[in-house]
Write a protein that binds this ligand. Structure first.
Ligand code: DX5
Ligand code: ZN
Length: 221
């Protein structure tokens, strides 16, 4: 299994977005991670549907959208129309989680749930069949450039066990503090998809940075 890399444009130079996207494509990135923040679920404000539409004109890579937003259900139709391939939200942000996961799928997007560092794996148990993706947060969401919280590795292992036990083919993604040093532990614990902001766009050569992350998972220990 090779690691799927989803660079987060939160750390990109938005004034040179086309070049930044071309670089990660050259490096072999599989998805583009888009962090949507509403100033309520997390303090910061970031992007919405207009940026998703612009991204679809700049890249052919699937848009992996992560909503750090209260009541994400209001954006399902709009984001599907704007070109999102994946729609991942936090279970604490809405009341009827299963209904929203089903609606995301109906709209043709990958349905994902994100777990904050303090959110238990049990939040997934009754909706495993509705999930196409689980996002384990390895930092508290809201900002790029934070340190990987080591407890995430054990949580990845427990999510992997749950997905395998239930025969789920859902992707297992990790987000926050992923670097060439931290990625391997998460990969060995069973994650297959890795969000990286600073470790890709904070580097002078983002294409080489994507390759380094992939290599860190491919080399024998
Ligand atoms: C954090 C976001 C992350 C962030 C990761 O709230 O969900 O996707 O961009 O950034 P790094 O890789 O710098 O930790
Ligand atoms: Zn994210």
């Amino acid at each position: 299994m090779t690691a799927r890399i989803a660079p987060s444009i939160l750390a990109a130079d938005l004034g040179r977005l086309g070049e930044e996207l071309a670089a990660i494509e050259r490096g072999g990135a599989e998805w583009v991670h888009v962090d949507v923040m509403d100033g309520r679920f997390v303090p910061s404000l970031t992007f919405g549907a207009p940026l998703l539409r612009a991204l679809t004109r700049l890249t052919r890579l699937p848009l992996d959208v992560h909503l750090m937003v209260a009541e994400p259900e209001h954006y399902i139709d709009e984001f599907a129309g704007a070109g999102a391939a994946g729609f991942t939200f936090h279970p604490e942000a809405t009341i009827h989680v299963q209904r929203q996961l089903a609606r995301v799928r109906e709209k043709g997007m990958r349905a994902g749930l994100a777990l904050n560092p303090a959110s238990p794996v049990a939040l997934l148990e009754d909706v495993v069949d509705d999930l196409d993706l689980v996002l384990v947060m390895s930092v508290n969401p809201g900002f790029g450039g934070q340190r990987y919280i080591e407890a995430a590795t054990g949580k990845i292992r427990r999510v992997r066990a749950l997905l395998d036990e239930r025969g789920s083919r859902a992707a297992l993604e990790v987000d926050g503090g992923i670097t060439p040093e931290t990625i391997r532990g998460a990969f060995d614990a069973g994650a297959d998809t890795f969000v990286a902001g600073t470790a890709v766009f904070g580097e002078p050569d983002p294409a080489a940075a994507v390759r380094r992350l992939k290599l860190a998972c491919a080399t024998p220990v």
